[in-house]
Design a protein around this ligand. Structure first.
Ligand SMILES: Cc1ncc(COP(=O)(O)O)c(C=O)c1O
Length: 456
């Protein structure tokens, strides 16, 4: 029988995270203080994050040791399996060999606990008692609630309102793990009240929820803030995905993939999977290794955003980050891939895109659901709406191989399951998924707000 799953032993959980900052061909522009507009220092971040994470944010060390306590929690679900998608290959009649890394086996159902556990651990080490955060689709809030529970921390989650309404069971699972969750914009913070005063029916956005969580954390001594994506340390923690996948591909008798694909919201699952492969591109081991990020056409940060300084949140409390942005005031259309509705991009990914080390593609939600349903019917797993974007990207690559006859290796990160997203699938089967275009006019409108901000 041909093998389908490539499994690793628990002893093969990586010992260290891979820090791509050590291998960047050009240095990254610094993040700037929102008030002074000078490069930020560790003291600016100290009210929000523990010292260990601030250090990781700027570290130039290639390998950062994973604490034993974190590895032992990882062992609840890691190493995650790598699958050869033989049935999908057959359905697509492609000569390509398709592999997917399955992160939906984590307790909360996505890649998010890889960083949630690490962040909870370092906060507990620093004596913090409570963490405030935002969540889009609910995956991050669930993961952090799970992680906080393990390290005896309270967890306060501001959940983007549209997702809060679309996914009532998310609230229940966050509460099951011990966290507290409110719909954002909420009346609990000044930022939320300000947005509600302008638009009482606001569907919310990740940018707004981030503003609320930061305000919460900054106003309490016992509370820190945790972000589920975008920041360097978050991407760092996710590299366990790509490192395991690299070893698993070797065990499957493959060299490096020809194409590595990930879906893109803020950039953490994409980078976690792709950066360990990107290393081989940057050191010229495999110059033609292609890396593809797949994002929603309704929130096309990498494909249509401008590369410039912008705030990470909606009201301008975070440092100014050098990134592709659609403007911090942009509220993306209420597509079902809630976790991809973010106006900005991880600065590390933006920097590498500027250097042409990756490609970005934007897809409509309908074509993503088509690909996701085809995947479910051949491989059996029902993907999260976010993950349908990476499947669409991988399917397109496989079809390209069918047309050219190339026997390439396509590897992608299946970042989460869709068991809490069946309302989205029901809308798809009912023919209710809407098409959303992002126009040049929308970009011009959003960019007006940024005219006073420093440029690069
Ligand atoms: C399943 C899933 N995939 C992807 C994302 C997007 O985040 P990121 O780009 O940081 O991986 C999310 C965010 O909530 C998610 O829940």
């Amino acid at each position: 029988m041909e093998s389908t799953k490539i499994l690793l032993d628990e002893s093969e959980i990586p010992q260290a995270w891979y820090n791509i900052q050590a291998d960047l061909p050009e240095p990254m522009p610094p993040a700037l203080h929102p008030g002074t507009r000078e490069p930020i220092g560790p003291e600016d971040l100290a009210p929000l994050f523990p010292a260990a994470l601030i250090e990781q944010e700027v570290s130039q060390e290639r390998w950062i040791e994973i604490p034993d306590e974190v590895r032992s929690v990882y062992a609840l679900w890691r190493p995650s399996p790598l699958y050869r998608a033989r049935r999908l290959e057959k359905a697509l009649k492609t000569p390509a060999r398709i592999y997917y890394k399955w992160e939906g086996v984590s307790p909360s159902g996505s890649h998010k606990p890889n960083t949630a556990v690490a962040q909870a651990f370092y906060n507990r080490e620093e004596g913090i008692k409570r963490i405030a955060t935002e969540t889009g689709a609910g995956q991050w809030g669930t993961a952090l609630s799970f992680a906080c529970g393990l390290f005896d921390l309270e967890c306060m989650v501001y959940m983007v309102k549209i997702s809060f309404d679309q996914k009532p069971y998310r609230k229940a699972i966050i509460e099951t793990y011990g966290g507290t969750v409110v719909a954002s914009p909420s009346t609990q913070t000044e930022a939320g009240r300000q947005i509600l005063a302008q638009d009482p029916d606001s569907p919310g956005s990740l940018g707004i929820a981030i503003s609320e969580a930061i305000e919460d954390a900054a106003s309490r001594e016992d509370t820190h803030y945790a972000l589920g994506s975008v920041l360097n340390h978050v991407l760092l923690h996710q590299t366990v995905i790509g490192m395991e996948a690299e070893l698993q591909l070797q065990k499957a008798g493959e060299a490096l993939p020809d194409v590595a694909v990930g879906c893109f919201g803020g950039g953490s699952n994409f980078a976690g999977f792709a950066f360990p492969f990107m290393r081989h591109r940057l050191d010229h081991d495999k110059d033609d290794l292609r890396i593809v990020a797949c994002e929603p056409a309704s929130c096309p940060t990498l494909t249509k955003g401008e590369y410039r300084y912008d705030f990470g949140d909606a009201v301008g409390m975070t440092p100014l980050m050098p990134m592709h942005t659609l403007g911090h005031g942009f509220v993306p259309a209420p597509v079902h891939a809630g976790g991809l509705r973010y106006h900005g991009a991880a600065p590390l990914v933006s920097h590498l895109l500027q250097g042409n080390h990756l490609e970005a593609k934007a897809y409509q939600q309908l074509e993503c659901f088509e690909a996701g349903v085809q995947f479910a019917r051949s491989e059996g797993i029902v993907p999260a709406p976010e993950a349908n974007h990476v499947i669409k990207g991988a399917v397109d690559e496989a079809i390209r191989c069918r047309e050219t006859g190339e026997e390439q290796v396509i590897a992608f990160n299946l970042c989460g399951h869709g068991h809490f997203d069946m309302a989205a699938y029901a809308a798809y089967f009912a023919g209710d998924l809407e098409k959303h275009e992002f126009t040049g006019q929308m970009l011009d409108e959003n960019m007006k707000e940024l005219s006073e901000l420093p440029t690069m």
